[in-house]
Design a protein around this ligand. Structure first.
Ligand code: EPU
Length: 419
């Protein structure tokens, strides 16, 4: 297994560009199932999760072409094998995003039930309950979701809990249903707005994405489109934190700051200076020791759970005590044990981490357990004294494009060690 060797202590300086957003791209690729024509996606990030989504569509019979501009054209018309097998679903839970499109377009779907994962149990009951309200018949058999529907019909659906991929699945399904659907208690993440924009560019009739209520008027078919994947707000946030923990001074290009306001505000509270325009964010950390910041994760527009692990590192080297409450996933503190092995002083009880800032942390051999946990270990390695080796970095390759290349460009010293 490949590892990253990080020599800590370099201050990051310079400018990098943000890659396309993984969590916007995954539902967009799934949405091509709804359409009989070709869809071209530009600015797709080169990530393992994207490859897995392509493998999944390819296994069902989709044609995927890459042209000389690195744009992907996907033709998902006439899929033959309407099944998402366990081998693929177990490596990526977002595979569940093909459920809504398959049942809406083909009237059937067989999808392996995603199990638990490193960050929690992550059930899909909200997706299934909502699809049932639109007329889908759903059975769970031999570890698979088997869904059928003659024709989905519009429905009023209030989600029992806020779910990002659940909201996306239902927006896609309702786009080809008969009649109008009203979705409430929905996720309001920017990626929901992106998907609605893309579906509307294909001829869907979706209003209200990004608000508490989404209205979708079903249409008979969707046409092809060419769509640019927007920048990854979590990637941008992660690099801003990398600058904050290394007393750095960087600009992340291509990102709309409105998607990251809670993160920007918290970074300002650590003592960093931030400035931004419509398409870039700059950070300069002049303070020798960051101030601690309390954080409670919650659905957008609150503080994103996908930035919680990274902020654990700023707090760990801050000049005081802070509290982090993780309210979205029940088990997203796996990075803490590894951070403590590097000299951090963090105590976890349930969904609460109490972090006592320490003056120095030290390099160690550590193990990545999930995507954002891996990011936090790299950030810790950047500000630790000595060398850190992060093992199991396949987790990081799922969600960060060329991470060591981008960080080295900013002045870090990271080497990928072969397996
Ligand atoms: N939940 C249920 N039942 C459901 C669906 C969700 O109980 O049917 C619970 C989950 O267990 C969790 C909470 O609701 O406790 C929120 O889960 P959600 O469904 O919103 O998460 P998701 O859609 O599976 C997406 C992102 C995650 C991100 C979360 C929260 C994608 C592909 N994934 O997951 O991204 O953490 O929303 O914002 O969009 C990551 O990129 O590292 C990542 C994990």
């Amino acid at each position: 297994m490949e590892k990253l060797l990080i020599k800590g202590g370099n201050s990051l300086k310079g400018k990098i560009s943000c890659s396309g957003a993984k969590n916007a791209a995954l539902p967009m690729i799934a949405s091509t199932i709804l359409c009989d024509e070709k869809v071209t996606l530009r600015n797709l990030p080169y990530l393992q999760d994207i490859t897995t989504m392509f493998e999944l569509l390819g296994s069902m019979g989709a044609e995927i072409l890459l042209d000389e501009n690195m744009d992907f054209t996907i033709s998902s018309a006439n899929l033959k094998d309407i099944e998402a097998r366990y081998e693929l679903v177990k490596t990526m839970r977002a595979s569940i995003l093909v459920l809504g499109p398959l049942i809406a377009k083909y009237g059937k779907a067989k999808i392996a039930l995603p199990g638990g994962c490193a960050i929690g149990t992550r059930p899909v009951n909200f997706h299934l309950d909502a699809l049932k309200k639109m007329g889908a018949k759903i059975k769970l058999k031999n570890g698979y979701i088997e869904a059928t529907a003659k024709k989905l019909h519009g429905a009023e659906i209030r989600f029992d809990g806020i779910t990002v991929t659940g909201t996306e699945n239902l927006m896609m399904a309702a786009s080809l249903a008969e009649g109008t659907s009203k979705l409430t208690n929905v996720a309001k993440e920017p990626e929901i707005i992106d998907l609605a924009d893309m579906l509307n560019s294909m001829g869907a009739k979706i209003k209200g994405a990004g608000s508490d209520e989404i209205i979708i008027e079903g249409v008979n078919n969707l046409k092809g489109t060419v769509y640019d994947i927007p920048a990854d707000r979590i990637e941008a946030g992660t690099y801003l934190v990398a600058a904050a923990v290394t007393k750095g001074d960087i600009t992340v290009d291509g990102i709309n700051p409105e998607r990251l306001m809670t993160v920007i505000n918290k970074l300002e509270n650590t003592g960093a200076k931030l400035s931004y325009d419509k398409k870039s964010i700059s950070i300069s950390m002049k303070k020798s020791i960051p101030e601690p910041v309390d954080i409670t994760t919650a659905p957008f527009p609150e503080f994103p759970t996908d930035m919680q692990a990274q902020f654990s590192v700023i707090n760990a080297i801050s000049n005081g005590t802070s509290n982090i409450y993780e309210t979205v996933f029940e088990n997203r503190f796996m990075h803490i044990l590894e951070l403590n092995r590097m000299g951090c002083d963090i105590e976890v009880k349930g969904n609460h981490a109490k972090i006592n800032g320490v003056e120095n942390i030290y390099g160690a051999e550590v193990m990545a357990t999930d995507l954002r946990a891996s990011a936090s270990l790299i950030l810790a390695g950047l500000c630790a004294k000595g060398e850190t080796v992060v093992d199991r970095i396949y987790h990081i390759d799922r969600g960060y494009e060329r991470i060591e290349e981008k960080l080295n460009y900013l002045g870090a010293d990271i080497v990928r060690l072969p397996s």
